[in-house]
Design a binder for this molecule. Structure first.
Ligand code: SF4
Length: 176
């Protein structure tokens, strides 16, 4: 029987949620018995598949690149999981929202730089005016808050979803 497919993606986040995912330790092996990890910063696949059953999304939607990615991932995913506070509320990335994009770039790339100050024109994708939570851009099916959510919570949620149950993540922030 074909196993369900699992993916994780990383938008504007610090990677801490993915570190927590890795903290599942030996339970990762058990999960590989239940699901195929088909796309993630943790594996080598370069292209998001045409269809994925479960996808965890770390980070806020902050750039044109993030926006493009999350729309494509939403189109191709059955159950989209907002994974951690940056995805759920925009959290740390949203601290830039009251500052505005131009002053932010000025501070980071001109005022605080001694060698060749100037706005980046390559590699750094264009910022959106605001860092936004994932559900403000696309439909989200499951919310797993926490900064980061613990490995126990991630594991419990994934097992629930893989076994066809609706996970109860209401106490996630408090580690219940
Ligand atoms: Fe990092 Fe916390 Fe945001 Fe996760 S929720 S990406 S751990 S800042």
């Amino acid at each position: 029987m074909t196993k369900p497919s699992l993916a994780t993606i990383w938008l504007d986040g610090c990677s801490g949620c993915h570190m927590s995912f890795l903290d599942m330790d030996e339970r990762l092996l058990e999960l590989t018995e239940r699901a195929d990890l088909v796309y993630s910063p943790l594996v080598d696949h370069k292209t998001f598949p045409d269809h994925v059953d479960l996808c965890l999304v770390e980070g806020a939607v902050s750039s044109e690149d993030d926006l493009h990615k999350i729309k494509l991932v939403r189109e191709r995913t059955t159950t989209l999981i907002s994974f951690g506070d940056c995805a759920v509320t925009a959290n740390v990335p949203s601290m830039r929202n009251p500052i505005g994009t131009l002053p932010l770039l000025q501070r980071a790339y001109v005022e605080n730089v001694t060698l060749r100050p100037g706005f980046p024109t390559q590699v750094i994708p264009a910022f959106l005016p605001f860092a936004r939570p994932v559900h403000s851009v696309v439909k989200v099916d499951v919310f797993l808050p926490g900064c980061p959510p613990s490995a126990d919570l991630i594991y419990g949620m994934l097992v629930d979803l893989l076994e066809g149950r609706t996970p109860d993540t209401h106490g996630a922030r408090f580690g219940r």
